[in-house]
Design a protein around this ligand. Sequence first.
Ligand SMILES: [Cu+2]
Ligand SMILES: [Zn+2]
Length: 202
Amino acid sequence: MTPLLVAALLAAVSLAAAAEVPLFTQEGCSNLPTLVCTVQPTDGYSVEGVVYFTPAWRRRGVGEQPDLFTCYVRIMAAVAGLTNPQHGFHVHTYGDVSVSDGSSTGGHFTNVAGDEIEHGLPDDEIRHWGDLGNLINDGKGNAEYDRVDKVVRLGALVGRGITIHEDQDAGSSEQPTGASGTRIGFCVIGYANPEVIASASR
Ligand SMILES: [Cu+2]
Ligand SMILES: [Zn+2]
């Protein structure tokens, strides 16, 4: 993992708490942890990176009353070693990296049992919780991702897995997974160490 990428992301995480909250405190988010997932390549690939999930206190409706704010999840990622213009990027059900082709992370994480929910892209109304869309290659094999997601919940992510795919996630037109192909990177989502985050912003 490129140290520079990690440092930049860690700084962004520590700043995220203070950003974009002009009127109200982040009280609703204050007990929630930051989560981290350190991407390792599957067999034969070289993708690496880091993904952070951090609480984000955001407006959920029109108006400015505190009760119209809620705690969403900000997802930030920096990934290197990409080979295609776009790579599918998902939370999968299992934080299990024991099989080197990535198959052990299972399918797309969702809050509904079975396959009742269709696959989609992050802005689609119908999607799996884990449908994070695509990582977009900057042309040098690197990608940065930064999104406040209003579907997934922080507490549900601990112990799940992330999978990065070789091809682009085509969204709802390709059921049930977006047809993004081979799994090239994966990791387990766990609690981030606050001391590591704090040291990056010093
Ligand atoms: Cu996937
Ligand atoms: Zn999906």
